[in-house]
Every structure is written in C-alpha cells, then in structure tokens.
Write a protein that binds this ligand. Structure first.
Ligand SMILES: Cc1cc2nc3c(=O)[nH]c(=O)nc-3n(C[C@H](O)[C@H](O)[C@H](O)COP(=O)(O)OP(=O)(O)OC[C@H]3O[C@@H](n4cnc5c(N)ncnc54)[C@H](O)[C@@H]3O)c2cc1C
Length: 409
C-alpha cells in the first residue's frame, strides 16, 4: 500500500508529538510514524526542565496541572550541585513558590512520552502508524518518499525528522555528522532504596574527579525510585580512556560519599547506554521539503544534558514553519531556512552559555571555589537561583568581572 500525506513526522518522542499536537491546534493534518509501540522506554535522566513545562503550556494550559495530579509525575523544585571536593550547593529553580505549580517534573520517559502520545492519539487530525520503521528516504520531484521496512512508501511534501539521536534522516538527507567533541554518552539505571533522596525532589548533579568534565546524577522518581546515571563528552571518554560503565559502578560501590547511600539499594533492570547529540555547534536544520527537530537536530544542552525541552521547543517552531509553508505553498530550502533562524534565535545564546559552563567544569578547583563562595554568600546563592528563572542572569557567568567580584566580595 502506498500512501500520500502532506506532512510526515518520523518519530513520536517529545519532538514528534509536539509537532503533531501543535499542527492539530492549527487545523493541519499530519501522519506520525514510530518504529515502536507505545508505551515505550527511552534511555534518559527523566528530568523535565522548565522549558519542557513552557512548551507544555503553549500546547495546552491544562497539561501541567494534569501532570501535577498524576502519580507518575513528581514535581521538582531545584538542583543540588556537588563540587569535586564534596561540598554541596542547593539551588531552588524558583525563588518563590507560594501557590505555584512545580517549575520542573521527574517522570520515567515511558510515562511522559506515553502521556504526550495519548494526547496526539486523541486528535482526529493525526494519522498514527506505530511499529512502522522508516528504512530509507529518496527525493521524488517535489516530494520526499519514505520507505518502511515492510516495503510501503509514504510520500510527503514535508518530512519532519524527529527520529532521535541516531536519526537516519539527518545523516542520509540532511548530511549531519556526529562529532565526538559535540556528542556525549550517557547511561542510566533505575534503583529502589537509595538513601537520602532530597525531600523537595531536587535533582543531584555530582561532579566527581574521575568523571570530569562529565557528571554522575541521582534523580528522585515517584514511589521511592531513583534514576541514576552518568554522562561524559565522547571525545573526553576516548582521550581519558574511561570505561563509562566501570566508572559508574565504581562510584556506586566505592565512592566514599555515594556508596553508603546505595548500601541497601536494589537495581531494577540493566544499566543502559545511549548517545546525546549536543547543541554546542550550529547546524543546518532544514532543507527543501524537510525540517529536523529534537535530537535529530542535535540540540541537547551541552552543560546539563537536557534535551526534552529543546526537542519540544523545536517541534513548536517546526509547526509554525509548516503553517507558513502550507499557506504560501512554498517548500524550498530558502523558505525553510526561516525555521533555523527562529529556533536558533530562541536557543542559541543559551546553548553557547551552556557550552562555556561545560568547559568551566574542566577546572575542578574553580568549581569548588564557586560552590564554597555561594554557600557562604546568600546574595550569590540567590543570584545562581535566579539564573534558572532568567537567562540574562545566567549570562553573568561568561563575564570575567563576575569572577573577579566573586573573589573580592
Ligand atoms: C542517558 C541520557 C540521559 C538524559 N537525561 C535527560 C534529562 O534528564 N532531561 C532531558 O531533558 N533530557 C535528557 N536526555 C536527552 C533526551 O533523552 C533527548 O534529548 C530527548 O529524548 C529527545 O527527544 P526526541 O523526540 O528528539 O527523540 P526521542 O525521544 O529519541 O524519540 C525518537 C523517536 O523516533 C523513533 N524512531 C527512531 N528511528 C525511527 C525510524 N527509522 N522510523 C520510525 N521511528 C523511528 C523512536 O522509536 C523514538 O520514539 C538524556 C539522554 C540520555 C541518553
């Protein structure tokens, strides 16, 4: 059976579902395919940042309060940074929290992705094809033809590639490559019984000497579970000859601060590894008849490793572009480039800043120093907190004067 569809979205993760939901709101129909059957797992730290919440609010004002009532979701109020010397800095995501929804959430991806997927499924404007894997693409006149592994062809005026970190579309049609200096490897395991989880569900980032410039994380989940993992840039992994799985096990079993917390913990399932394409370099995200979103567009925050929010944000911008294309019947490379412009306008300064912060982690003593200072200085600690609410505050970090003032304040 050969099918024609104006808009084909490949991949029903946060990027693909955001495109489909936003198009539905605009009254534009689409076909959404995924090789898996939902609910499906995705290797991740399971932390939904403020940006994911921002896009959820753009999609539908009721979603966030739904998540807040759902037992599969845990509201998260902040982040703890643990410096290489073990000193901890607790940074709330928001300075005030009266009557407010949590600024972030923690939920297993199997649950969050299925939540979004069910919202898409409820839309009459989205034709969903699960267990449909696209094997290859080819250009046919003014369309792109996507061939499934069982030999069917779906032709589309626009393909939106949301097929994740190992996107075949990005490689074969858009020509994106994976560069070790702009790519990270991360692994994740689920545990029960980890001691001393934060009572306000702060996520914990531990900057451990043997893993720098990467980090080890412990993120609380509903029902006393925890998502525990580690990530490091691909080139550093090779240069420093780190075996990430062994380094991870060593922290869990031997690190003097971490291991006691795992004394009675039980792991459920395996430790699983996956790639994180970082947004530390600008790429070309569109071409004639296509747009790249989420991990397929290599948009993960190079400091925190967060990609869900950027995936959803790119999905939202992609839908705006598609609307313009449909209105003007223009699918050319030049016209599509408006998407790159708008998306990077929203994300680029943030990505650049995170890239600088990633480089800062290479200097453990500077990290130790900032944490110590912030703990002794309420104004500084509040400043860092405000950085999570206000990007302009974060940009202070790239100003050398900021460190100078810190030293002498
Ligand atoms: C270890 C680790 C920890 C992370 N922790 C966090 C975190 O805590 N917070 C955060 O915000 N981000 C985190 N990330 C990043 C985050 O997981 C990604 O940025 C996010 O999943 C990107 O969403 P996406 O929709 O682009 O891709 P995905 O979520 O990967 O979805 C892609 C979809 O495409 C489908 N697909 C792939 N190929 C095909 C094909 N050929 N045909 C049809 N369908 C296909 C897949 O089945 C999948 O459903 C982490 C990543 C890793 C690896």
């Amino acid at each position: 059976m050969n099918k024609a569809s104006e808009i084909l979205i490949v991949g029903a993760g946060p990027a693909g579902c955001s495109v489909a939901l936003c198009l539905s709101q605009m009254g534009i129909s689409s076909t959404l395919v995924d090789k898996e059957k939902f609910p499906r797992d995705k290797i991740c730290g399971d932390a939904l940042s403020g940006k994911a919440v921002e896009v959820l609010n753009k999609l539908d004002k009721t979603y966030v309060s739904e998540l807040n009532r759902d037992a599969h979701f845990l509201g998260s109020w902040g982040v703890s940074f643990v410096a290489p010397n073990g000193e901890r800095l607790r940074v709330p995501f928001r300075t005030k929290k009266e009557n407010a929804m949590p600024p972030g959430f923690l939920a297993k991806r199997v649950d969050f992705d299925n939540y979004l997927f069910q919202k898409v499924k409820a839309s009459p404007l989205v034709n969903i094809l699960e267990e449909t894997e696209i094997r290859q693409y080819r250009r046919e006149g003014n369309e792109i033809a996507a061939e499934t592994i069982d030999g069917k062809t779906i032709r589309a005026k626009i393909v939106v590639a949301c097929d994740g970190a190992y996107s075949s579309f990005s490689k074969s049609i858009a020509g994106l490559t994976t560069e070790p200096a702009h790519n990270c490897f991360g692994l994740r395991a689920y545990y029960e019984g980890v001691q001393e989880l934060d009572n306000e569900n702060f996520i914990e980032l531990h900057f451990i000497k043997d893993m720098l410039p990467g980090y080890f994380w412990i993120f609380p989940l509903p029902n006393g579970q925890a998502n525990v993992g580690a990530g490091i840039r691909a080139d550093k992994l090779t240069d420093k000859k780190i075996n990430l799985k062994k380094a991870f096990e060593k922290v869990v079993h031997e690190n003097e601060r971490i291991a006691p917390r795992f004394a009675n913990a039980k792991r459920s399932g395996d430790v699983k590894l996956f790639g994180l394409p970082l947004g530390s370099k600008k790429r070309k995200l569109s071409g004639s008849n296509y747009l790249l979103c989420g991990d397929a567009a290599q948009l993960i925050d190079p400091f925190t490793g967060e990609g869900i929010g950027n995936a959803m944000m790119s999905g939202w911008f992609a839908a705006q572009q598609i609307q313009r294309c449909m209105e003007s019947n223009n699918f050319t490379e030049k016209f599509m480039a408006q998407y790159d412009k708008e998306l990077y306008h929203r994300l680029w300064s943030e990505l650049q800043l995170s890239y600088r912060m990633q480089q800062l982690v290479n200097y453990p003593s500077l990290f130790n120093f900032v944490v110590k200072k912030a703990n002794n200085n309420p104004v500084l600690s509040e400043t860092i907190s405000c950085m999570f609410e206000d990007l302009d505050m974060r940009s202070r970090l790239k100003d050398p004067l900021f460190y100078f003032k810190l030293l002498f304040s």
